[in-house]
Design a protein around this ligand. Structure first.
Ligand code: IVH
Length: 706
């Protein structure tokens, strides 16, 4: 920003100063949003600093003119500020990964088992495009909403931006009235190189790889910038539909091509695992010549009726899998080994590396898993890397598979400095000094400090505000860390008393990530909004070891309300009594998880933190969607023995979708036992308790038509 264009600060009149502060606030806000919201600054750092300096100088001369939204009080913008949210009518899922040929055969076997067929299924095989997914909603043939994946349930509305992409038709002829087309936005290698050269020439930020460039270009608040970026789109899936697109995956994709979408020309129909692997090799052989990044091959069951029977797990379909290409490798120097302390106290060694490019991304950290891994042993004491240990100063081989954390594969002993010493893994927590014992059968050492350990406390807070937990807008890992360091929050409950304790004083937080009055108000509003929280999210957010998203959902579904859950956990004793039995009766809850939940509820300090939090929340019970006309709604069913027409897994999913609860063990609470051939002790127990028992025929008759 050349200074001479604008009047010198000393010569400004009050009216000019007011106008100038308003202009600067808008410019800085725009630059901030472009930088934080879309990974692509529109002005250089020096220009940005000049704007802020001028703003501060004017404020110093006219303090009374300082704006309530002054840029001086504000650094950074929440990543997604500016995009409205879109709730996906049908969730956008991710894919399970396969890494080896045998995983592909197992994928087919698993599907056959689930469907109760012997084999003979066909699958499509197509490249897995390395970009970002986008959902396009057409109503009456007009593109009306384009949304990013977001967390799968809610994405960002990028319609204006999508309208600028040439591969995306704005209108369709002959399409279903409602059609959501899903696919990948990506950038070609040639366009990526040209874009980076242009960015460099402008002194603007360059992108690490085509995927980042595509993401940064699509997520621009100013659609004119997206329009100037050469984005492309391949359609490969769909969401909501008013009419089916076809009866097969391939047929549906062909229909999308007829409607005017780009579909990948390497898509093939394969009869079983051998043909799938052949197509994988075909695609792999062409990878370098495609002109765009792919990171594997996606297989999808071709028959859509069978896809529907298979349905979904928590976040992935059962009928598709991504077969990833082998990881990329590079050699570099190991500079140091740091120990990080996680949410559950685990001491995790992290390799600090001399930066090296692996598959287009600069890597300077890698995980070292645990102390055994460093010393060249696996969890059973067997040798890994031929028993070679890893030492600081070693020359190590780093690999990256997809977006997972880089790992260390090998060590070159020929390059080891003579004075390199074996790594001594700490026996105490480097953060709080508490002992860090390693329990029998556990691969990791854990800090025994619990909430007194600052690292555990802060990691728990980060987990608490994470996407699948409380997901508080404007309160991410960085902000939580700053608030913790400044002593403003120590436990989750403190987040909900923040406003009462500090109010607008929050704007004084002297931190780079600090807030101004407006953003503080936004933050309080975002916090207040999350006081109302679904039970499953709360249970997950507590950060109890072994309790992931899906087990939290199981617990929430079983107990229904916080009061029931809390009193059951309070009343339960480890390994005995009816509460313990009830906990274990939940299909998917094992003794390790159950013990871990009890440990949290029976530890005085943890319990106090949980109670303080619960008292500040409005916890939403899990609403049971009992479908009408279901003969098994609300009943507890146990499956045992072999089912022939339907696998146990499918039977369970069916029963649950009809409103029943499926339990792993027979008790007085069981309403129905479905016993196939080979049923043993469960059938006896049910008979002893006088519980209704059906064979597979009876079960199928019961649910027929439901
Ligand atoms: S199908 C319900 N097909 O990979 C299944 N995904 O790791 C929907 N992706 O989120 C996805 N190429 O962004 C599918 N040919 C392809 C793909 C593909 C890339 C991405 C997609 C998805 C991610 C999962």
């Amino acid at each position: 920003m050349p200074d001479h264009v604008f009047p010198r600060v000393e010569s400004l009149t009050e009216a000019q100063a007011r106008e100038e502060l308003s202009r600067l606030a808008a410019e800085i806000e725009k630059a901030n949003a472009a930088y934080h919201g879309a990974d692509a600054p529109e002005i250089s750092d020096a220009e940005f600093d000049a704007l802020k300096r001028r703003n501060a100088e004017i404020e110093a001369r006219f303090p009374e003119l300082k704006r309530p939204d002054s840029p001086s009080d504000r650094v950074g913008a929440p990543a997604s500020d500016g995009f409205s949210k879109v709730q996906h009518e049908i969730r956008m899922l991710s894919l399970e990964n396969a890494f080896q040929d045998s995983d592909v055969a197992e994928f087919d076997e698993r599907i056959c088992r689930y469907l109760g067929v012997e084999g003979g299924l066909s699958y499509t095989a197509e490249p897995k495009i390395d970009g970002l997914s986008l959902s396009l909603r057409y109503e009456q043939g007009k593109l009306c909403v384009a949304a990013t994946r977001g967390d799968g349930e809610t994405g960002e509305n990028v319609t204006q931006n999508a309208l600028t992409i040439a591969d995306i038709p704005q209108s369709l002829t002959g399409a279903p009235d409602i059609l959501e087309v899903r696919g990948e936005v990506y950038m070609s290698h040639a366009d990526f190189t040209a874009l980076n050269l242009a960015q460099q020439a402008k002194g603007a930020k360059t992108f690490a790889n085509p995927r980042n460039a595509a993401a940064g270009s699509l997520r621009q608040l100013d659609a004119r910038i997206t329009a100037s970026r050469p984005l492309r789109f391949f359609a490969y899936a769909w969401g909501a539909l008013s009419d089916p697109l076809g009866q097969t995956q391939l047929g549906a994709i062909e229909r999308l091509a007829e409607l005017g979408f780009q579909t990948n020309p390497l898509t093939r129909l394969c009869d079983g695992p051998e043909a799938m692997l052949a197509q994988y090799r075909q695609i792999e052989a062409q990878r370098a010549r495609l002109g765009y990044d792919i990171d594997g091959v996606v297989y999808k069951l071709n028959d859509l009726a069978l896809q529907a029977r298979l349905g979904f797990r928590a976040a992935t379909p059962r009928w598709a899998i991504a077969h990833k290409f082998p990881a990329e490798l590079a050699w570099t120097r190991l500079l140091a080994i740091d120990i990080q302390v996680g949410r559950t106290g685990a001491l995790s060694p992290v390799a600090r590396l001399a930066p090296v490019t692996v598959g287009g991304v600069v890597v300077s950290n890698a995980t070292l898993h645990n102390e055994d891994y460093i010393s060249g042993r696996d969890s059973k004491g067997g040798a890994i890397r031929d028993g070679k240990d890893i030492r600081v100063e070693d020359w190590v081989q780093v690999y990256r598979a997809g977006d997972v954390i880089p790992k260390i594969a090998d060590v070159d002993l020929g390059q080891r400095p003579q004075d390199a010493q074996p790594f001594r893994f700490p026996q105490t927590c480097p953060e709080c000094g508490s002992s860090a014992p390693r329990e029998e059968g556990d691969a990791v050492r854990r800090c025994s400090g619990g909430l007194i350990c600052p690292a555990q406390a802060v990691e728990r807070l980060k987990h608490f505000v994470g996407r699948a937990a409380f997901d508080i807008e404007g309160l991410g890992a960085k902000q939580v860390e700053a608030l913790y360091t400044d002593g403003w929050i120590a436990t989750p409950a403190d987040i909900f008393t923040l406003q009462a304790r500090f109010g607008t004083g929050l704007q004084q937080l002297k931190n780079r990530e600090g807030w101004g009055e407006k953003s503080a108000q936004n933050l309080f509003a975002a916090i207040a909004e999350k006081r109302k929280i679904p039970l499953n999210r709360l249970i997950f957010a507590l950060g109890i070891r072994h309790v992931g998203e899906s087990s939290a959902a199981l617990l929430a579904k079983h107990y229904g309300t916080w009061d029931r859950f809390e009193s059951a956990m309070t009343g339960a004793s480890l390994g005995q009594g009816s509460e313990w039995e009830e906990l274990l009766s939940i299909d998917g809850v094992g003794a390790v998880l159950a013990a871990s939940v009890l440990e949290a509820f029976h530890n005085t300090r943890e319990r106090a933190a949980i109670d303080a939090l619960a008292a500040l929340l409005d916890i939403q019970e899990v609403t049971k969607r009992a479908p009408l006309n279901s003969p098994i709604a609300g009943k507890t069913i146990v499956f045992t023995g072999t089912l022939e027409k339907m696998s146990r897994a499918e039977a369970k999913v069916r029963a649950e979708s009809l409103g029943a609860k499926v339990s792993g063990s027979v008790s007085a609470k069981t309403d129905l036992l479905v016993a196939g051939p080979g049923a043993g002790s469960k059938a006896k127990a049910a008979a002893a308790l006088g519980i209704e028992t059906l064979d597979e025929e009876g079960w199928l008759a019961l649910i027929a038509g439901a």
